[in-house]
Structure formats: C-alpha cells, structure tokens
Design a protein around this ligand. Structure first.
Ligand code: AMP
Ligand code: ZN
Length: 112
C-alpha cells in the first residue's frame, strides 16, 4: 500500500520524531501552521476518522492517551488545539488517520 505516513512510521521516509510507543508515532509537520505543529498518528493504517469502528477504536484511545505527554514535552503549558481533517470536504490530504497538535500561540479565529 502506498501510504506516506506508513512509510514514515516504518522509517523509510525520514521524519522529525517527537514521540513513539507501540501504537503511536508523532512527528513534526513538514509545513508547520503554528510554532508547534506535530502530527500524531496511530501505527495501524486507518484511512480517516470516518473509518473508525469497534475493532480499531483502540487506536484513537492510544493517540489520546499520548497527547498530554506529547504536548507537555513540546512545552505547551497554556493549551493547544487538536484537529483532524476528514475526506474531501474536510480538507484531508494524507489518507492515514492523523491528529494535528497545534500550539505555541493563541489562536485568534475560532471555527467552532
Ligand atoms: P491533512 O491535510 O490534514 O491530511 O494533513 C496532512 C499533513 O501532513 C499536512 O499538514 C502536511 O504538511 C503534512 N505532511 C505531508 N507530508 C509530510 C512529511 N513527509 N513529513 C511531515 N509532514 C508531512
Ligand atoms: Zn498508512
């Protein structure tokens, strides 16, 4: 399967890793949208949040269990944002479930 994030997890494409455990991999976004912009991905290939089901939902649990540690290590003591884009209308460009951890600034615009 041709998936850039699976390749990054495997190590065949280089990345700036910030965290890894048996289920989760996190690395710096190549085109940061904020002073801190980290991508947090489950190692299991799931195309998007729209593909989550009872059999693979542990991947989401594992990601969210890792988030506080990743945010703390990145120095985000005053809050941050987690974003996941889904499908065409959601603006998803990489079809491997990932969560953008954005921080290091106060976000002016609120979408929701
Ligand atoms: P999305 O548009 O939500 O699917 O997010 C995909 C993200 O992956 C974008 O923010 C890209 O900048 C980022 N990205 C794509 N290729 C790489 C890469 N090789 N290393 C790090 N980040 C990447
Ligand atoms: Zn993948």
């Amino acid at each position: 399967m041709d998936c850039i994030f699976c390749e990054i997890i495997r190590g065949s494409i280089p990345s700036q890793k910030v965290f890894e455990n048996e289920a989760v991999y996190a690395f710096r976004d190549i085109k940061p949208c904020a002073p801190v912009h980290i991508l947090i991905v489950p190692k299991a290939h799931i195309a998007s949040a729209d593909e989550i089901n009872a059999d693979n939902a542990d991947a989401v649990r594992d990601v969210f269990l890792a988030i506080p540690e990743i945010a703390k290590a990145a120095g985000l003591t005053n809050g941050y944002r987690i974003v996941t884009n889904i499908g065409e209308d959601g603006g998803q460009t990489v079809k491997h479930l990932h969560f953008h951890l954005l921080g290091g600034q106060k976000f002016a615009e609120k979408l929701v």
